[in-house]
Design a protein around this ligand. Structure first.
Ligand code: GLY
Length: 410
């Protein structure tokens, strides 16, 4: 063995020890029967079963949802949802301190390496930040920094100077997006991709990524919201002069309706922008959109929204659990800010999470395709993924449990 190899080996061992040290120990007793402790135990068991299935296959499968035939749908690296399962394994590692999860989180994350070069859609932020971003935070693997920065570079190829935004979807070929007549569609979901750009500036020292993120956040703030605080799903811009061409929906009930997950992405996205910039206008927007949801006449008593707040057959419409977990996670973060009555945001998030952790939304062990939560909606207008489990509902649920735990352990 060469000296170089010995040092490399020692480095790997030291890295592992560092990881084990940073895996938080369970502060609560193993016999804790509080709803959140039970939720973590249940999530560990359910995701453990999903992992058993993946490992038995001998492949690096990436579970997303269930098909109408009752099979688990697994995706490839380019799917916008490919970062959520690896990210969930990182969160479970963090929540439980179970070191057997570490090599699995690493393996599932590194299977996405090629995603750093994706330039044909905007979702690279979701993909890379949820997987490599959590991996970097928890394992301190230096190589992950390069992946994050390369991914941010790829995302920035989609920045359009005149409107000052990152184009969400391509509109070429015979895709359904092309058929809508859009030129530069931006969806509110795109706010979530900006977190990768803020991270890339911190990692590289290059402020380009930060500036692109702020430009996108500012233009979206100006164009994508209604006076009541709710947001449009899609705003289409002119590439040539930057003007707004359309304000519409793709996954909501109607152009003027409030698609619930869109509202959730807006709340979470602007909370994150406030954290990264300190610019109060972002937090104000997040709070306004949250209040729109909270005070909406169609919000059910258990706080789990219908898929669209204006869906025509409420109360006989599917709920969307993914919207609830995204909002709950954002509310825990708001409760850590210097805002009036900060503790009320935590109390509200706790109520949402208690609903999610109840048998009404948490699947029995081994059922539901081995996803944690039931009853999410992908896209009703596309007749796709209606009242199913979705891996991003689970991801933000685990993130919310982690944030709750951090707040309470302080
Ligand atoms: N970003 C796609 C969705 O929320 O369905």
């Amino acid at each position: 063995m060469t000296v170089k190899k010995i040092f490399a080996g020692l480095g790997a061992v030291a890295g592992m020890l560092l990881c084990l040290q940073c895996a938080p120990s369970q502060k609560k007793d193993a016999t804790d029967t509080s709803w959140d402790a039970l939720a973590v135990k249940n999530a560990r068991a359910q995701i453990g079963l999903a992992i058993d299935t993946i490992e038995a296959s001998g492949k690096c499968l990436n579970p997303v949802t269930m098909t109408p035939e009752g099979k688990v749908y697994y995706c490839g690296y380019a799917d916008w949802r490919s970062g959520f399962f690896p990210g969930s394994v990182w969160y479970l590692y963090e929540l439980t301190g179970d070191s057997t999860l570490l090599p699995l989180a690493v393996k599932y994350t590194e299977a996405l390496d090629e995603a750093k070069n994706l330039t044909w859609h905007h979702d690279i932020g979701f993909i890379i930040n949820c997987s490599y971003g959590n991996g970097l935070r928890l394992s301190h693997n230096e190589a992950y920094k390069d992946v994050m920065v390369q991914a941010a570079k790829s995302l920035c190829t989609r920045f359009r100077e005149k409107p000052g935004v990152i184009q969400s979807w391509n509109v070429t070929g015979d895709s359904w997006q092309a058929k809508r007549g859009w030129e530069c569609p931006v969806i509110i979901d795109n706010m979530m991709n900006l977190e990768l750009l803020f991270e890339a500036t911190k990692l590289s020292g290059d402020s380009t990524y930060y500036k692109v993120a702020v430009s996108h956040a500012d233009r979206t703030l100006k164009e994508q919201f209604r006076p009541d605080g709710s947001c449009y799903h899609v705003v289409d811009y002119s590439i040539a002069d930057g003007t707004v061409r359309h304000r519409q929906t793709a996954q909501g009930y109607a152009d003027e309706s409030a698609w619930s997950r869109g509202q959730a992405w807006a709340v979470y996205g602007y909370v994150m922008c406030y954290r990264e910039t300190g610019d109060r206008k972002y937090l104000d927007q997040a709070l306004k959109t949250f209040r729109f949801m909270k005070n909406h006449k169609n919000l059910p008593a258990d706080l789990i929204p219908y898929w669209d707040m204006d869906a025509p057959n409420i109360p006989n419409e599917p709920r969307d659990v993914s919207s609830a977990s995204v909002i709950a996670s954002a509310l825990y973060e708001i409760s850590t800010f210097d805002v009036p009555e900060a503790e009320t945001y935590k109390a509200y998030a706790d109520s949402m999470m208690q609903s999610l952790a109840s048998p009404a939304y948490t699947a029995p062990l081994g059922e539901n395709g081995r996803f944690i939560l039931m009853h999410s909606v992908g896209s009703i207008p596309h007749n796709s993924e209606i009242d199913v489990p979705l891996n991003y509902a689970d991801y933000y649920y685990l993130e919310a449990l982690k944030r709750k735990k951090e707040i309470e352990n302080k």
